[in-house]
Ligand binder design. Structure first.
Ligand SMILES: C[S@@+](CC[C@H](N)C(=O)[O-])C[C@H]1O[C@@H](n2cnc3c(N)ncnc32)[C@H](O)[C@@H]1O
Length: 239
């Protein structure tokens, strides 16, 4: 199994890996998840429907798929899309559709652990498949809490590990063997997808992540497992 880099090196490693796969990221996402990821982002975004107006911060926005869904579901919403990998944001910006959404999505290069955004300013904060990549998870969660307005909601969409005894071995085999081989061939960077498998295996248990969300100040913390628990939505509210 691929060894994870030390926390100090992780940031640089993660940025380089995403930079290297940025051109093929969207294609591989759809291919390897059979487009189920689109449904997961749709479900996540639906949970912000009471905040149809005003600003949402989409952290670890990458090629902007969740930002686009956030802007699609609410015509008056504006999205600040932050990512520390410029190549991912550029790849997303190149493919923005020519409709009103491109006027309401603002990609900005920045670090999720030191957010370049004012406190108490956003009704929602979303992070899809990004929390796992942070070097300092608690610091990132505290930053997400800081930028939210009181009663604003945090929604984290992240991979989790299925516990079903039939699904678990199939999924583990797919993640460790099939996915790095196929994605490595298409993206030209097998290591990036070995990292994906290692980082999912090493990530917190749902209860641990929820405890960290509470430690960062969130209340009403809950989890919605998706597709046999392969992914989960975590929700928290700023009191
Ligand atoms: C798996 S991609 C997710 C992209 C997108 N949210 C999606 O739904 O497909 C993870 C993204 O997190 C970004 N990222 C990782 N650590 C970060 C940090 N500390 N600050 C900002 N972005 C970060 C990476 O550059 C990458 O674009």
């Amino acid at each position: 199994m691929h060894t994870l880099p030390s926390p100090e090196k992780k940031k640089q490693f993660v940025r380089e890996k995403f930079s290297s796969i940025s051109g093929r990221y969207d294609l591989l996402n759809s291919l390897l998840s059979l487009q189920i990821d689109r449904y997961w982002r749709w479900r996540t975004t639906r949970l912000l429907r009471q905040f149809a107006d005003g600003w949402v911060l989409d952290l670890c926005a990458g090629t902007l798929p969740l930002s686009l869904e956030l802007a699609r579901q609410a015509k008056k919403r504006r999205v600040l899309s932050i990512d520390f990998c410029e190549d991912m944001l550029r790849a997303g910006a190149r493919n923005l559709p020519h409709d009103d959404r491109c006027q309401r999505i603002y990609p900005v290069c920045g670090d999720g652990e030191v957010l370049p955004a004012p406190s108490n300013s956003f009704w929602g904060c979303t992070v899809a498949f990004g929390v796992r990549n942070l070097s300092r998870t608690l610091q990132g969660l505290q930053e997400m809490h800081r930028i939210l307005k009181p009663t604003g909601a945090l929604l984290i969409l992240e991979f989790s590990r299925p516990t079903n005894p039939i699904i678990k071995p199939i999924y583990t085999f797919y993640l460790n063997h099939i996915l790095p081989a196929v994605a490595g061939l298409i993206s030209g960077d097998r290591e990036a997808y070995q990292y994906l498998a290692s980082s999912i295996a090493a990530f917190y248990e749902p209860e641990e992540l929820m405890a960290m969300m509470r430690e960062a100040g969130f209340t009403q913390v809950s989890r919605i497992p998706l597709t046999f628990g392969i992914a989960s939505i975590y929700r928290g509210v700023k009191a």
